[in-house]
Ligand binder design. Structure first.
Ligand SMILES: Cc1ncc(COP(=O)(O)O)c(C=O)c1O
Length: 321
């Protein structure tokens, strides 16, 4: 049995057709994905609304899961509709009102050569209550560290996919930033421009314009990112999509991370560790506290995901309806 302290609200998970008690071990150590990262996954959130729990942009997440599976050359043994149904069941089974939802497709137990010739593809769906990804700093703003190592390049891996193995780079980077005392890391791309966080996209704000980069800059084009571009238009803020240089980042009026886990989290300070000779120069954005546009975007995003803005109800899948 597993110790369950860090998943306190999780009771059961679903795997390949059945529910299991959360603490019950059920994976063989020779599972292919455990050795080589041959899995694909999604991170999705459900929020409490007037109509019960609602999942934010579920079809878009499932489309991306299938895209990731095709990059990993997996045949998914379920339809999109079946996976949507399983996710709803997992939320109901665990009686969750808000949830972080993790569908995972992986090459399972079969052979251990690099090519998973006879490994079945299994699906695991888990959901639990998970608060702010970067803790209480989500309110006051985070201090980020520009990492010395560069993000995988889109010419090396299809960065539109969420491949388990790709997250080795994110995990190492996240640990490194924290070990040095920062809240989170930021990758530059091979061109030396700002790419993304280990699990977050980035927006900057300059003279009232919101700017973010795209897939050509070696990022995962997040679903939160594209939602925020539409929310900015709804709020009347101009937006721009294009490369973000380090200098633009350092001299931005405001900046924020976005992503399913992190939602909208202000960035208030940047330390540059990208060049070995620079002794981590530090840059404070604006007044060193979350900017006005960032706070408006953060609040509006919260209102959107919890069903308070009629224009965006179309993005919610109500679990009980
Ligand atoms: C590397 C990376 N970039 C960006 C994001 C943000 O994507 P989304 O908004 O779809 O959660 C994530 C999270 O999934 C991520 O892992």
């Amino acid at each position: 049995m597993f110790e369950n302290t860090h998943f306190p609200k999780a009771k059961k998970f679903w795997q390949s057709g059945k529910f299991y008690d959360w603490s019950q071990p059920n994976i063989h150590a020779m599972t292919h994905a455990l050795h080589y990262g041959t899995s694909v996954f999604e991170g999705i959130r459900a929020y409490n609304t007037d109509r019960g729990p609602a999942i934010f942009r579920l079809p878009e997440h499932i489309d991306r899961l299938f895209l990731s599976a095709s990059v990993q050359q997996m045949n998914v043994p379920y339809s999109k509709e079946e996976i949507i149904d399983i996710i709803k069941k997992v939320i109901k089974e665990n009686q969750l009102q808000t949830a972080y939802i993790r569908p995972l497709l992986f090459y399972s137990y079969g052979n251990l050569g690099l090519v998973p010739r006879v490994c079945p593809v299994e699906l695991n769906v888990a959901a639990w209550e998970w608060g702010a990804y970067l803790g209480e700093k989500a309110e006051t703003g985070v201090h980020v560290f520009i990492l010395p190592q560069r993000r995988f390049h889109h010419s090396q891996l299809d960065m539109r996919a969420k491949l388990g193995g790709m997250y080795v780079q994110s995990a190492i980077a996240g640990m490194e930033a924290r070990a040095r005392g920062y809240d989170e890391g930021v990758f530059l791309n091979l061109e030396g421009r700002v790419a993304e966080g280990p699990g977050e996209n980035i927006f900057i704000v300059k003279n009232g314009v919101l700017k973010t980069n795209d897939n050509s800059e070696s990022i995962l084009e997040g679903i939160t990112r594209s939602s925020l571009l539409e929310i900015a238009a709804y709020l009347g803020f101009p937006t721009e999509i294009g490369p973000i240089t380090k200098e633009e980042f350092f001299t931005a009026d405001e900046a924020f991370f976005c992503g399913t886990a992190v939602e909208v989290t202000p960035i208030v300070k940047i330390s540059d560790g990208s060049e070995s000779d620079s002794a981590s120069r530090e840059y404070t954005l604006g007044a060193g506290s979350p900017g006005e546009i960032t706070l408006k975007m953060r609040q509006t995003y919260k209102d959107v995901v919890s069903g308070k803005i009629p224009e965006f109800i179309k993005w919610l899948t109500f679990v009980n309806e």
